[in-house]
Design a binder for this molecule. Structure first.
Ligand SMILES: [Zn+2]
Length: 366
């Protein structure tokens, strides 16, 4: 079974759409939030809990898994799905973003990147061919092209150089990809905050007829208005009949606005990171469960939420767990937060299917 993307409905007032992305490990109903499992684990949650939270496709990270345990271990285990016990779709990020944001860079050339591992200090060369070989070994359903991610802010010349290099690297990724029938390679539109560079990059990527497209290099410290501008200028240039993924974005308003511009897939570490810090996402609000106001609050986090946390436990109990630094507290908040963001995108999807997106989500679209 290969890949397909079927559009089911389009909003009559915006570019929002609902679809079904089919992969060898099952379907992803779009728009959809994807939980992040950097090291082949969505922190604190078992695959069963992820499933109960409504997860369909989850992320793992090439850079981190290359450093630990190494892709050969994952491959020997039978691939990522077997290794981590998750039989539904998985996407691996190429590692480009992490190389440029986390490691001590030694050298960037047209050939690739040389950097020092923050784990053990060893020098690692990463090229487009290597990034694809690692992802072929990991075996995710969707793999990402190796790209150069310029920081924000960056001047136009530097961004233009990085964007052109990203395109040349993409051509090498396509040539190196060993299993296009089992793994869909998505290209990544770069171009920083320069809309003309973004648009030129989008046009040249579309000509390569890839199975899906991502907008990358956003959510790197720029104000949210710039994310909206970039998405609105870029998403409409991507093919209607291919899935579109906005990388690293998972806040309520940014997702609603991006969906209105035609984005289908999102990922973000926020739900589990907030969970580990004692913060719950509840219908657009952030609740700090450490606060004394929850000491005697015996209501669930959200009485409308079907997750196991809300169905079983009270805010007072969560307040007690977090105050006592009990690990169950962080796990329950992570579970709820993941379920909350997935449910939010499911509600948007339902609204698009009945063409009530702009009325039901009007407060977010302002
Ligand atoms: Zn909940």
């Amino acid at each position: 079974m290969g890949f397909s993307f079927q559009l089911q409905a389009a909003c009559s007032q915006t570019r929002a759409r609902a679809g079904v992305f089919s992969t060898p490990h099952g379907i992803v109903e779009t728009p959809r939030f994807m939980p992040v499992g950097t090291l082949a684990t969505v922190k604190g949650l078992t695959p069963q809990q992820l499933q109960s939270a409504g997860a369909q496709m989850i992320l793992a990270n090439t850079y981190h898994l290359h450093l630990q345990p190494g892709e050969l271990i994952v491959e020997a285990a039978g691939g990522l799905h077997e290794f981590m016990g998750w039989q539904q779709p998985i996407l691996t990020d190429s590692g480009g973003f992490q190389v440029f944001s986390l490691s001590e860079l030694r050298k960037i050339t047209d050939e690739g990147v040389t950097f020092r591992s923050p784990r053990d200090g060893r020098i690692i060369d990463l090229t487009p061919e290597r990034a694809i070989a690692i992802q072929n070994a990991l075996g995710a359903d969707v793999i990402m092209a190796f790209d150069e991610c310029p920081p924000y802010p960056a001047d136009r010349d530097a961004v233009a150089t990085a964007t052109e290099r990203t395109y040349r690297w993409l051509e090498r990724c396509i040539a190196a990809h060993q299993s296009p029938d089992r793994q869909a390679l998505f290209g990544i539109v770069q171009g920083g905050v320069y809309l003309d560079l973004r648009q030129a990059a989008a046009r040249s990527l579309v000509a390569l007829d890839l199975p899906g497209y991502a907008i990358g290099g956003v959510s790197v410290g720029e104000p949210p208005e710039l994310i909206h501008e970039i998405v609105e200028a870029t998403a409409p240039l991507l093919p209607l009949e291919k899935p579109r993924y906005l990388m690293g974005v998972g806040t309520y308003r940014e997702m609603v606005k991006a969906i209105a511009a035609g984005i289908d897939l999102f990922d973000c570490v926020i739900p589990t990171r907030f969970g580990r810090h004692g913060t719950a996402l509840v219908r657009g609000e952030r609740l700090n469960l450490k606060n004394a106001q929850f000491r005697e609050d015996f209501r669930p986090l959200d009485e409308t939420c079907p997750c196991a946390c809300c169905q079983t436990f009270s805010r007072a109990y969560l307040n007690h767990l977090i105050k006592s630094r009990e690990m169950l507290g962080y796990i329950l908040l992570s579970l709820h937060n993941v379920a909350e963001l997935i449910r939010f995108t499911q509600q948007i999807r339902a609204a698009i299917l009945s063409d009530r997106f702009t009325s039901e989500f009007a407060p977010w679209l302002k």
